[in-house]
Design a protein around this ligand. Structure first.
Ligand code: CA
Length: 316
């Protein structure tokens, strides 16, 4: 029986490939959309469109909220990333609206209810800001011991961030949520931004292999991600498609992709200033605190590419 998963996503660009990867390997109970990359309603549409593209046998429900970070005051907006993903979040593809509509139930209620329905069996992949996961923990702390594993794309391990020099986007957007999750005691793994940059970038040769699949999946991948490639090249000289979210799902599904991982004490800076949203990874144990999360330190990039090709080839 395949592993049960909820995927919590701010669906733009690579998130959509991560959803396809989740569907390929897991029994996905639902997709919860959290505020992050671009405008909230558009991310909901992107999740619905991605599910329609995948044409699963069973309907995969999509749940909404929270659209904003925990500490956002009424009328405030967090920084979104249309410059990376285009205004539709899908590289300007402007896909048609999917037939499926989001559910009425609140995403956090769905997460809590699902964990109780499958105690000790449900994994969660969180590939956006951690708002929904933190709110679920606050609302019902009894879920903590019942989550089988939480896979997080976020943060860095002593490396530059991507939203600014100090911080990675998901952690920066809702640092309070990260703090709650890191200190929750959930069994969890984090895949950091610099690991994605080192091991999960599809360069021109890789993109040619993807194009050669000539599947609906490969066509979708290229449409959605080439805008991001142009941004990454201009911003940091990385001439390829970065895949932080999809590599997180790929290694959640295939743990042999993780070449190295160590559990460390990780914590995050909340104060406004240069390092807001920066996370420390206490690799030398200076703080003398027990490890709270497993940090991925190396990924088998060649195997990741094979997984990605397998996922995209399968969508026709
Ligand atoms: Ca994401």
């Amino acid at each position: 029986m395949s592993r049960k998963l909820i995927i919590d996503t701010d669906t733009a660009g690579d998130d959509s490939t991560a959803i396809l990867t989740a569907l390929h390997f897991f029994d996905v109970l639902g997709v919860t959309v959290v505020g992050g990359n671009i405008s909230f309603d558009q991310m909901v549409e992107n999740a619905l469109y991605t599910l329609e593209l995948a044409q699963t046998d069973q309907k995969i429900p999509v749940y909404k909220e929270h659209p904003d970070p925990i500490m956002t005051l009424e009328g405030d907006r967090h920084q979104t990333e249309e410059r990376i993903f285009a205004s539709d979040g899908m590289g300007g593809a402007n896909f048609p609206k999917a037939q499926q509509r989001p559910e009425d139930q609140h995403a956090v209620d769905f997460i809590i209810e699902s964990i109780h329905r499958y105690p000790g069996q449900l994994e969660i992949a969180a590939i956006g800001p951690l708002t929904n996961i933190a709110m679920a923990i606050k609302r019902d702390p009894s879920i903590i011991s019942q989550i089988k594993h939480l896979w997080i794309m976020g943060g860095t391990n002593h490396a530059p961030g991507n939203i600014n020099a100090g911080a990675e986007f998901n952690f920066y957007t809702d640092p309070e949520a990260v703090k709650i999750v890191l200190h929750s005691g959930i069994d969890m793994t984090m895949v950091t931004w610099e690991q994605a940059l080192r091991h999960a970038v599809m360069y021109d040769d890789d993109l040619a292999d993807i194009e050669a699949l000539n599947s609906k999946g490969s066509e979708f991948f290229l449409k959605v991600n080439l805008h991001t490639k142009a941004f990454e090249f201009k911003k940091r000289g990385v001439d390829g498609v970065t895949c932080p979210d999809s590599v997180t799902l790929a290694l959640a599904a295939n743990p042999d992709l993780i070449s190295q991982a160590t559990s460390y004490y990780v914590d995050i800076e909340l104060k406004d200033g240069l390092t807001k949203g920066y996370n420390i990874v206490d690799v030398e144990g200076d703080l003398g605190k027990p490890a709270n999360i497993r940090v991925v330190e190396a990924v088998d990039g060649a195997k990741f590419k094979q997984v990605l090709l397998e996922v995209l080839a399968n969508i026709n």
